[in-house]
Design a protein around this ligand. Structure first.
Ligand code: CP
Length: 308
């Protein structure tokens, strides 16, 4: 079985740094990487909608000189006829060198990895994990703050269903001195399993609150998230909770000058467009960095598979 990326914890801190270093080198010297994947194919198997993850993976492979095949919705694949994820992964292994898969079911990319003979990258599985968003977030924090440790990280919004949040907490918990302020409505608090397996297990300091403005002055990072409409069983609950937190310029009046405001995007209503020109707004840079770190990841996994 080729090495895949299903959960961010599968990479050591040293490997995360290696990916960040490679991404920074790609940003500095893109031409040096332009032919690295000549003749190689990435398959993007997206059973759920995506703009950033799918298109940044595709842009990443093209900028490495490679090619892309795939589909962007389950309906246009044979999953609509009942084909299993396991069979799909076996078949795509005959056509491509590496897979990026997004799926609404938690664990589907793991099943794909267990049945594929090529590396599989989890591009988001249900409300579970989104490790390549976390790689994007780590590159952004590293470039904006100059470090990944000794940070007070506020994470705000839908901490229950927000898969980017679960992977980010897993990653940042591995660096010394980080603490988390978890800001959400009662109904959308961080799942117990994440608190138990990561924060409590590692003794990471955290507090939970429903009040963003009170904690604002403490934050080095503010990671806003969307309320995940597609994960709700009940539309009424979504409508009641969707605008729980809306970041507007007045809410930043007590924030640090060096605050880094992040959001995995898509944004619905959580950050006012009036903040987009604030020098602390990093979310569009974050989307750009996603392409470079995915280039680094493709290179690493193809090298480890012996394909490059
Ligand atoms: N951040 C993120 O996963 O965006 P997409 O859903 O557009 O891929």
């Amino acid at each position: 079985m080729a090495r895949s990326l299903i959960d961010i914890r599968e990479f050591s801190v040293e490997e995360l740094q290696e990916l960040i270093d490679t991404a920074n080198d790609i940003i500095a010297r893109p031409q040096a990487y332009a032919e690295c994947c000549r003749g190689k194919k990435l398959a993007t198997l997206f059973f759920e909608p995506s703009t950033r993850t799918r298109l940044s993976f595709e842009a990443a492979m093209y900028e490495l000189g490679g090619n892309v095949i795939g589909f962007s919705e389950a309906q246009s694949s044979s999953a609509s006829k009942g084909e299993s994820v396991a069979d799909t992964a076996r078949v795509i292994s005959c056509y491509a060198d590496i897979i990026a898969m997004r799926h609404p079911k938690e664990g589907a990319p793991l099943v794909a990895a267990m049945n594929a003979s090529i590396p599989v990258i989890n591009a988001g599985d249900g409300g579970h994990n989104h490790p390549t968003q976390t790689l994007t977030d780590l590159l952004t924090i590293s470039r904006e703050k100059g470090r990944l440790d000794h940070l007070t990280v506020g994470i705000c919004g839908d901490l229950k269903f927000g898969r980017t949040v679960h992977s980010l907490i897993a990653a940042l918990s591995r660096y010394t001195g980080n603490r988390f302020i978890l800001i959400s409505p009662e109904e959308l608090k961080l799942p117990s399993y994440v608190k138990k397996e990561i924060l409590k297990e590692k003794g990471i300091p955290y507090v939970q609150t429903t009040d963003l403005e009170t904690v604002m002055p403490e934050l080095d990072i503010l990671y806003m998230t969307r309320v995940q409409r597609e994960r709700f069983f009940n539309e009424e609950d979504y409508l009641r909770l969707k605008d729980s937190f809306i970041l507007t310029p007045d809410k930043l009046k007590n924030a640090k000058e060096e605050l880094c405001i992040m959001h995995p995007l898509p944004r619905v209503n959580e950050i006012s467009v009036a903040i987009d020109d604030d020098k602390r707004a990093c979310y569009f840079k974050q989307a750009l960095y996603g392409k470079y770190i995915r280039m680094a990841l493709i290179l690493k996994l193809l090298k480890e598979a012996g394909t490059l």
